[in-house]
Design a protein around this ligand. Structure first.
Ligand code: HEC
Ligand code: HEC
Length: 404
């Protein structure tokens, strides 16, 4: 009951006090707009109730008794997405990139490096290359979901017809059969993938249902089969002792609603220097991929309907060159391609990670400025223009990034 009350306070007074009971890493309550855990403004009673219920799911820490594992990466959503932001480099998981003998069957490309008692975690097979995936933030995904496919496709230029050296393309993927047609990205046929680091996931329901099964080892009505460690001979069918499915469809759907209704943080102060940096951002070609704004289509949730979304991403995939390559295909993306990382919330990243910034798909850059230095491939020219800027323009650009 006590816990329930804390969540209700979180949702009801979200604007000012959202982080007080809903957050793991921050030590003091941020001011309004300075956090990742606030719901959309002025929600109806029904939406608010769904948000509160989903919040509880997101914060839930699974134990052996309620279905954790048998193998898993972490014990709950919030353990990897602290304060609804990105994870730090000691969270997240590894994906196999290169060298896996096709006769070795791990039952999936993700290495589940933890196991409940009586089971053994997966290990990286010898000669296999793996890449780390840093958990991205989860706020604003409802707005990302609300952008019509046609808007995303309109910006694609797969053959670089305009000759600007940038050839973004959508990651076209199919969805699992359990995602209904009524969900964005659901139903038969190909859909624009927009979630995860390579945009390999088309629907939020798929993202969340697989997070339960793959990341936490929790089965649901949507994915009732447990993942097991196939490296252990004779273990192929052994799950944990909790009967499957371990959680209901409605639990998964409330968790989906929770992330869908999370509001992005407000912009920081817009000083004259920030305005100058904004202009430089466009001049040197950053905005060609980090699209400053896209508009959502009609939506049954009024807060998500026909609004401008300042996510600073085109939701397309780009060849980012050899330094960032993970040599691993994902959906239609190849080993060099990554989805343009949204830049909203940049100013708060370090604050949410105990002062240590973590940028790019594997968290290798400790600041937004450092992240630019790793840009290559289609972004090479833009990076070079950044490095050739005068000190004043460079500082202005960084001030702009730090205002997002
Ligand atoms: C072990 C750590 C881990 C756990 C636990 C985890 N996630 Fe994630 N999450 C990630 C990583 C890593 C990615 C990016 C995956 C990729 O790029 O392939 C991700 C991606 C996402 C995304 C896509 C965000 C975007 O902008 O594309 C959402 C939404 C999400 N997770 C929600 C959840 C929910 C809800 C749960 C709990 C049911 C959860 N996650 C549990 C690590 C985790
Ligand atoms: C060709 C498209 C493209 C251009 C041009 C581009 N970027 Fe990026 N940017 C990306 C992609 C894709 C990623 C994600 C790479 C990864 O995760 O490894 C990214 C990541 C970033 C990140 C890290 C964000 C995070 O949260 O991890 C920052 C900061 C950034 N870009 C800033 C810039 C700036 C500033 C410029 C202009 C100098 C620029 N980018 C030009 C595509 C581009």
């Amino acid at each position: 009951m006590q816990r329930q009350r804390v969540f209700l306070i979180c949702a009801a007074t979200a604007a000012a006090f959202a982080a007080s009971g809903c957050d793991t890493l921050m030590t003091s309550t941020p001011t309004e707009g300075d956090d990742f855990t606030a719901p959309m403004d002025d929600m109806s009673m029904d939406l608010n109730a769904a948000f509160v219920e989903g919040d509880e799911n997101f914060e839930r820490v699974f134990t052996v008794a309620d279905g954790l594992g048998p193998i898993f990466n972490n014990t709950g959503c919030e353990s990897c997405h602290p304060g609804d932001g990105r994870g730090s480099p000691d969270l997240g998981f590894f994906r196999i990139s290169e060298g896996l003998d096709p006769r070795v069957d791990l039952g999936g490309a993700q290495i589940q490096d933890k196991a409940i008692p009586g089971h053994r975690p997966e290990t990286v097979p010898p000669g296999v290359d793996v890449t780390f995936r840093l958990p991205p933030p989860v706020f604003g995904v409802g707005l990302m979901e609300g952008i019509p496919e046609s808007t995303i496709l309109a910006a694609a230029d797969p053959d670089d017809a305009d000759g600007d050296g940038i050839s973004g393309r959508p990651n076209m993927v199919t969805s699992p059969a359990f995602v209904p047609e009524t969900h964005v990205g659901g139903g038969p046929g190909m859909h624009v993938g927009r979630f995860s680091r390579k945009g390999q996931v088309a629907s939020l329901l798929e993202q969340v249902a697989f997070a339960y099964q793959q990341d936490i080892g929790v089965t649901s009505d949507f994915i009732p089969e447990e993942i097991v460690n196939r490296q252990v001979v004779g273990n192929a069918v052994l799950g944990d002792l909790v009967p499957d499915p371990e959680i209901s469809a409605s639990t998964v759907l409330f968790t989906v609603m929770y992330v869908r209704l999370l509001q992005p943080p407000a912009r920081g102060e817009i000083t004259p220097e920030v305005e100058r940096g904004d202009a430089v951002f466009t001049e040197i070609g950053c905005a060609s991929c980090h699209t400053p704004s896209m508009r959502t289509g009609p939506n049954e949730i009024p807060q998500l309907s026909e609004v401008d979304v300042q996510l600073y991403s085109d939701l397309l995939i780009h060849d980012m060159g050899p330094a960032l390559a993970d040599n691993r295909p994902d959906g239609d993306a190849n080993g060099f391609e990554w989805k343009t990382a949204p830049l909203w919330g940049t100013r708060l990243v370090a604050e949410f990670l105990n002062g240590e910034g973590a940028f790019l798909h594997d968290g290798r850059a400790s600041s937004a400025e450092a992240a630019i230095g790793f840009h290559g491939g289609e972004a090479e020219a833009s990076k070079n223009r950044f490095q050739a800027l005068s000190d004043g323009d460079r500082q202005a650009l960084v001030a702009f990034l730090e205002s997002l």
